[in-house]
Design a protein around this ligand. Structure first.
Ligand code: FAD
Ligand code: SF4
Ligand code: SF4
Length: 474
């Protein structure tokens, strides 16, 4: 260990921009075994590992780095998977620059340990060598738990509860498991096969999946509460924030998730009329994406791969103040995306469909109470961008949850997210728990996993107490 002094940081090879922007395959190649071991050996085995402190799952990072450096990969996999249900997914898509790697103490002067790439390498190797096995609970319990939402939050909870022996059923309105892992995040960040190989494991573990089932429409929440001893709601946030202004209703202005779902479905081989008709296809188009988060980055890079004529990203703040990962901005720039910083749309031009975006330059003003600088338009600084496809990536809010689930007793916060007791994860209904984006608002995969695991532990506690009370009453 401690080899950071003379061994420089090496990331897994990134495919050249000209090659990768012509396809949807992941942009980073796998680590070779020697590279993973030598990069892991750069870790200085801190007594207080700040990398772990800043990992939402408190992963035992120095432990699995040491085991990898020593070639003890099966043990590294055991340690890594003990705290994370999907390490190969987090290793690919966590914003490591803001979490574990950004807080690695050897970052200053030297470069951080490549934690995410090693984490991914360990579990990919475990899959290749057959070490990833279905769950075999020590004993079967009678109690059953229903989980609504097969995104990372719901799936992590399902695994944790099945390990304890509960009968677990997961309901999702989509036809595949994964939530935003499958229909939001594009292939070039996370290949779909990486998500779908987990589906077989869930089935072999005895977790029942009820797909194409929208709770609130195809089955009521009340019916699920009657069927299961406890429920977990992990349905994410999907109501796209909109933009007002003249021309905002013109054809050719589309919401980001609709665009990404279409592209992901097309990649999965589904029949997608909106893609073939050109409605949600950037081919030969001048594309303007509005927004500066991860969703906007995914849209611009998808448009490049679909063969757009030009792709611009319009964001009202500057590079230093954007919410998306800077690594993704750099990747997008390499692939030919042009960023128009400090600019906001004012109107959309066109008669039958959108032909351009009229924008105004902004400048950053004084910080508000939260420390974030306000943005103000610069008078007389208008300009027009040519655009025949405009993608709105302005963030997401929750749907009207009490209405969606036809359950007025479900309390919500002023942001519309589900109100839970933050220690117990219980909603206003004691047998109904909630986790992930539906509670936090739009967040990260690693936080959804963390919440799913914590909520599962609380459901286990709740069902244990319920069983004890029932036994005492007999
Ligand atoms: P979701 O993943 O949203 O899953 C919720 C599931 O519930 C879905 O499958 C949905 O179909 C289902 N559902 C909803 N309502 C119902 C209902 N009524 N009945 C049945 N099922 C229902 N995070 C990162 O860490 N890294 C990234 O690079 C990243 N990129 C992103 C890119 C995009 C385009 C987007 C939109 C998000 C991205 N995120 C990223 C955020 C991340 O995907 C989410 O924070 C995470 O998926 C939330 O997990 P979840 O389980 O709470 O919800
Ligand atoms: Fe880093 Fe994410 Fe892995 Fe934690 S889960 S170690 S934050 S890549
Ligand atoms: Fe190793 Fe960096 Fe974590 Fe310290 S902070 S244990 S050097 S990865």
């Amino acid at each position: 260990m401690l080899k950071f002094v003379h061994l420089p940081q090496v990331m897994p090879e990134k495919r050249p921009a000209a090659q990768r922007s012509g396809d949807f395959h992941e942009i980073y190649r796998d680590f070779a075994t020697e590279a993973a071991a030598s990069q892991a050996s750069r870790c200085s085995q801190c007594g207080v590992p700040f990398c772990s402190v800043h990992c939402p799952l408190s992963n035992h990072i120095p432990d699995w780095l040491k085991l990898t450096a020593e070639g003890r990969l099966e043990e590294a996999y055991e340690v890594s998977s003990a705290t994370n249900n999907f390490p190969e997914i987090c290793g690919r898509i966590c914003p490591q620059d803001r979490l574990c790697e950004g807080n690695c103490v050897i970052e200053k002067g030297f470069e951080s340990v490549t934690i995410g790439a090693v984490e991914r390498y360990i579990t990919d190797t475990a899959f290749d060598r057959g070490w990833v096995k279905p769950i075999r609970p020590r004993r079967e319990l009678e109690a059953s738990v229903g989980i609504v939402g097969a995104g990372p939050g719901g799936l992590a909870a399902a695994e944790q509860l099945r390990r304890k022996g509960y009968q677990v059923t997961v309901y999702d309105r989509h036809d595949r498991i994964g939530g935003l892992l499958i229909y939001g995040i594009p292939n070039f960040k996370l290949e779909k096969s990486i998500v779908l190989r987990r589906a077989d494991l869930f089935a072999a573990s005895g977790i029942e999946m009820v797909l194409n089932c929208a709770v609130g429409t195809d089955i009521s929440l009340a019916a699920l509460r009657a069927k299961h001893d406890a429920l977990l709601l992990a349905t994410g946030v999907y109501k796209a924030r909109d933009i007002a202004g003249p021309g905002s209703g013109l054809p050719g202005i589309v919401p980001a998730l609709q665009y990404l779902i279409t592209s992901n479905r097309e990649g999965l081989g589904d029949a997608v009329p909106d893609f073939t008709s050109g409605l949600l296809n950037a081919r030969d188009r001048h594309v303007v994406v509005i927004g500066g988060g991860d969703t906007a980055m995914d849209c611009v890079r998808t448009a490049v791969r679909q063969g757009a004529r030009s792709v611009k990203c319009l964001y009202r703040r500057d590079r230093a103040n954007m919410p998306g990962s800077l690594r993704e901005v750099k990747n997008a720039e390499e692939e030919g995306v042009e960023f128009v910083w400090l600019a906001a749309p004012e109107a959309f031009i066109g008669s039958d469909r959108v032909e351009g975006v009229r924008a105004v330059r902004m400048h950053l003003g004084l910080p508000d109470a939260s420390g974030r600088q306000a943005v103000e338009p610069i008078e007389g600084s208008h300009f027009t961008l040519q655009a025949d496809l405009v993608i709105k990536a302005l963030g997401f809010d929750p749907e009207n949850l009490p209405e969606m689930f036809d359950e007025k007793a479900l309390a919500v916060t002023r942001w519309g997210t589900l109100k839970v007791d933050h220690r117990t994860f219980q909603t206003a209904l004691p047998d109904v728990f909630a986790a992930g984006d539906i509670v936090r608002g739009a967040s990260l995969v690693v936080w959804a996993i963390r919440d799913g695991r914590d909520a599962a532990a609380q459901i286990h506690k709740y069902l244990g107490q319920k069983a004890t009370l029932a036994a005492a009453a007999d």
